[in-house]
Design a binder for this molecule. Structure first.
Ligand SMILES: Nc1ncnc2c1ncn2[C@@H]1O[C@H](COP(=O)(O)OP(=O)(O)OP(=O)(O)O)[C@@H](O)[C@H]1O
Ligand SMILES: [Mg+2]
Length: 429
């Protein structure tokens, strides 16, 4: 039997579990150019908390690869799978297609001896956009909502792009603070009313703020009852949150950041509580209902956790990056530009899947993460990759090794390919 390469797993776990609970990413590429061939399967641990970075140029296979990790988690043996869950923040609106088998790549799948197979993902869409999906014929499973009163004043200030010291920011802070004190739950309309009645700010400031909050109401994500964490984080389930909307508004990324930020905070809280219950279970032997560990996957991660500046998701995501190990939260960040991602996210990454990258600054960013490697090495490995979709290098912090790999083809349909003007080649030919 061909030996398997396992990344992201330390020696003790390797001894104890072997390759149990790992994800099959692809095959090791040995040799260069014409001589390159695929050898040992490369497996990645998914049972311990990780921070994984998936990077590469446009169209190099990043979103596709994140889908592979989801597929692999969904295919784990029941007793492992039921302790895990996945939440994919889908910024491009591409992962809904995972419900369908990948008939498109049937031929490649045959070479890999993999069968096309749809995945039973749970697709969540913003409540206010549900009818758009119905019109397009996309079947969704649930809508997601946020509760307006769960957001802090800072979240609004950051989302609207104000500062904490200008009069817009200070008015928001004053209004939200007094609402939090006087009312348990409040709506956007309550915020608007409070701004109107605020005696301390100028009319010009009030008008601008009312405009913003009225616009927020039209995002279609707020309601009295929020999405329950136990619906989002279910044992063995892949939840896809389509946050690709809001394209028409200039604040699209800040609205998404607000969403990612609030949900990340809630996931952290839910898992911290679950972790306590798990510890108690271990101590007393009494079984308790808990929530599975979570893999949070974020496409275009540099938009949420940028190297420069702050978004409404910055603080909650940094908490997960720094303290997510204890409550069992893994992160998978996808970005075209590792150099633009917050340095703490880079520094904490223990598994890197780097598809083709050319910008010097991005290569240097990778080298910065894993000091053990020489920049020349990383560059050389990337340059030597066969120019095929889905080739990448894996940097493993555990073994301190680099593996060039060909990622496996997907079982489920990937909707992220570029469209071509030659849809019906047979008609042309
Ligand atoms: N492992 C693979 N095997 C076969 N084809 C692949 C593989 N990875 C990617 N591809 C092909 O490459 C296309 C682009 O991949 P993907 O959508 O993941 O790019 P991306 O890196 O996320 O790009 P962007 O930065 O524009 O989001 C896919 O639609 C698919 O056809
Ligand atoms: Mg992509």
């Amino acid at each position: 039997m061909v030996e398997k390469i396992v990344v992201g797993r330390d020696r003790d776990d390797l001894k104890k579990y072997g390759e149990l609970g790992t994800a099959f990413l692809g095959k090791h590429i040995v040799g260069k150019g014409e001589d390159a061939h695929l050898t040992n399967p490369v497996m990645m641990d998914v049972t311990r908390p990780h921070v994984m970075l998936v990077c590469g140029k446009r169209g190099s296979g990043k979103s596709y690869s994140a889908g592979i990790v989801s597929e692999e988690i969904a295919a784990l043996p029941e007793e492992i799978r039921s302790n895990l869950s996945v939440i994919m923040f889908d910024t491009m609106g591409i992962y809904w297609s995972m419900k369908n088998p990948n008939e498109k790549d049937k031929e490649i799948l045959k070479e890999w001896e993999i069968k096309p197979e749809g995945l039973p993902i749970q697709l969540f869409v913003p409540k206010g956009y549900a009818s758009d999906y119905e019109e397009a014929g996309v079947v969704y499973d649930s809508t997601f909502n946020l509760v307006c009163s769960e957001l802090a004043a800072e979240d609004w200030v950051l989302t609207f792009g104000f500062s904490f010291v200008d009069e817009y920011g200070t008015t928001i802070e004053r209004v939200i603070k007094s609402l939090k004190k006087s009312k348990g739950g409040y709506s956007i309309q309550d915020i608007i009313n409070s701004i109107e009645n605020d005696k301390r700010s100028e009319q010009k400031v009030k008008d601008a703020l009312i405009n913003r909050f009225a616009a927020a109401d039209s995002w279609g994500i707020f309601s009295e009852k929020g999405t329950k964490m136990e619906d989002l984080i279910k044992p063995g389930t892949i939840s896809v949150l389509d946050i690709s909307h809001y394209m028409q508004i200039s604040t699209a990324w800040s609205v998404r950041s607000m969403l990612v930020g609030l949900l990340s905070r809630k996931i952290y809280h839910a898992r911290s509580m679950a972790r306590k219950a798990e510890e108690l279970e271990m101590m007393t032997g009494e079984s308790r209902q808990t929530m599975p560990m979570v893999w949070i996957m974020i496409d275009e991660a540099h938009q949420f956790l940028p190297s420069d500046g702050q978004t409404a998701a910055t603080e909650p995501l940094l908490t997960l990056v720094k303290q997510g190990r204890e409550p069992g939260i893994s992160l998978l960040f996808i970005t075209q530009r590792p150099n633009k991602l917050h340095e703490d996210a880079l520094a904490q990454s223990d598994i890197i899947l780097a598809h083709r990258l050319t910008a010097e600054a991005d290569l240097t960013a990778l080298r910065g993460i894993m000091q053990t490697y020489m920049l020349d090495d990383i560059q050389e490995y990337i340059n030597a990759l066969p120019r095929k979709k889905g080739t990448a290098i894996v940097l493993d912090d555990n073994s301190e090794r680099i593996y060039p790999i060909q990622c496996r083809p997907r079982k489920s349909w990937h909707a992220g390919g570029s469209p071509t003007a030659m849809r019906e080649v047979s008609v042309l030919g």
